[in-house]
Design a protein around this ligand. Structure first.
Ligand SMILES: [Zn+2]
Length: 443
């Protein structure tokens, strides 16, 4: 049961928000029943949520006659979150609503090798433009989610041991963003956030393995409904597992025949270029185009790559028994031969009980799962009960001054000052802004 035990502390506004957001309670009466709070206490907390814009009130028809009960709904438009999904060759930035739906997005056309200062500087400029496009104001920004293609030290918000990101190692990333956007920043691995996005897109699936096959190869695991990062954030790093029948190619990590040097998009570009004119196959998009044209070499090599990917995934399938293996990344455009190879290897190597109902499908969000996942990553934090409690304390301060502000809408009104504090995060009396900035600094 989701109700509260009689011994627990009185429910806060943040906890009531959670009940409304997950659909447990939609009216003040239902909230009272769920929480055991008095009608006055419920009303006070709901008013704070309404003032902050996190819930809206809809007066519908009464089911049983009598006075219609006002229904409370989660307000997806009650703010925005920003998303930056860093890739090896290009990145994406987006402005999303409070459900993670993309409102405006753009490519940041720089390779990650330019380093975090330049790349994230460009991402910030892109976000400023996107905020304008989306008609969103700084004051409504509640958080920023960032993903990078490598292992992330969650506590410090920096990358560790990522050969594909030269110049990024142990550089604290949130401060490069909070200077312009003083909101909480969460950083995670690119495939982990894709797993979050695909999990949200498949609400019926609690156990899924997200596999990204692009320049590199990686996986993200959702088990029992929760993203599994592992002890040091390196769960799902399948790219450096060696396969059994490779030709003996050395990998940057020191091993031989790692999955990534044999079955990644980069490996396929290398293998397909052999015997062809220079520049004929220069990118993963070229590989995908050849597969779509039915080029026999391209189809054969992608199928072999799929088999090698399947060899590694078979062990994962036996270990964690996912209901769904979702495949994303640039090579997903060559899904048919790729997944044929994956299926072949998984069905040969995994237990029948683990594979009989196993779905292996392209991700539902394809090109957007990165930014949507970044949004969901930070929404999990900024819409938590504790964060909402911090936010409504500021909104309550604003509400106290609303009447004055309405009567005399000048720049010097206390309400405007509160809003300014929230946007700048500069004033420690600015409640939520200060709390958000603290969280940002803590990664
Ligand atoms: Zn390796």
């Amino acid at each position: 049961m989701r109700g509260r035990t009689p011994t627990s502390a009185p429910a806060t506004a943040g906890e009531i928000f959670r009940l409304v957001r997950d659909g447990t309670a939609a009216t003040r009466t239902e909230i009272g029943r769920e929480t055991g709070l008095s009608r006055t206490a419920v009303a006070a907390r709901v008013d704070r949520l309404l003032a902050d814009g996190l819930v809206t009130e809809v007066v519908g028809a009464a089911a049983t006659g009598g006075r219609p009960a006002a229904r409370l709904e989660f307000n997806a438009a009650g703010g925005t979150v920003l998303a930056v999904s860093v890739g090896v060759s290009r990145s994406k930035a987006a402005v999303c609503d409070l459900t993670g739906a993309v409102q405006a997005e753009a490519v940041v056309d720089l390779p990650a090798s330019v380093g975090p200062h330049r790349l994230l500087g460009d991402a910030v400029a892109t976000l400023e433009k996107l905020l304008g496009d989306a008609g969103a104001e700084d004051a409504g920004i509640r958080g920023l989610g960032l993903s990078i293609p490598g292992t992330v030290d969650d506590r410090n918000g920096w990358s560790v041991g990522v050969p594909s990101l030269p110049g990024w190692e142990r550089i604290p990333l949130p401060p490069l963003l909070t200077e312009r956007f003083p909101v909480p920043v969460r950083v995670d691995n690119d495939v982990n956030v894709m797993a979050l996005a695909e999990h949200a897109a498949h609400p019926d699936v609690d156990d899924l393995l997200m596999v990204k096959i692009g320049s590199g190869v990686g996986a993200g695991l959702v088990s029992g409904g929760a993203l599994q990062r592992g002890a040091w954030g390196a769960a799902g790093e399948i790219g450096h597992i060696p396969v059994h029948d490779g030709p003996g190619i050395g990998c940057g990590c020191g091993n031989i025949d790692c999955l990534e040097v044999l079955a990644s998009g980069r490996a396929l570009v290398r293998d397909l270029s052999v015997g062809r004119p220079d520049g004929d196959v220069g990118s993963i998009a070229d590989v995908v185009a050849l597969v779509k044209q039915g080029d026999p070499d391209a189809v054969r090599l992608v199928r072999i790559a799929g088999r090698r990917l399947g060899e590694v995934l078979a062990a994962a399938v036996n270990l964690v028994n996912p209901a769904l293996v979702a495949i994303g990344g640039d090579l997903v455009g060559a899904f048919d031969p790729l997944v044929a190879g994956v299926r072949e290897a998984i069905y040969r190597r995994s237990m029948a009980t683990a594979t009989q109902s196993l779905r292996i499908e392209p991700g539902l969000l394809s090109g957007r799962s990165g930014v949507i996942g970044c949004a969901i990553l930070v929404l999990d934090e900024v819409l938590s009960a504790a964060a909402v409690d911090r936010a409504v304390r500021t909104a309550a301060g604003r509400a106290d001054n609303t009447a004055a502000s309405r009567a005399d809408d000048t720049a010097a009104s206390p309400a405007d000052n509160t809003a300014a504090n929230r946007a700048e995060g500069a004033d420690s009396a600015g409640g939520a802004a200060a709390g958000r900035a603290d969280t940002a600094a803590g990664g």
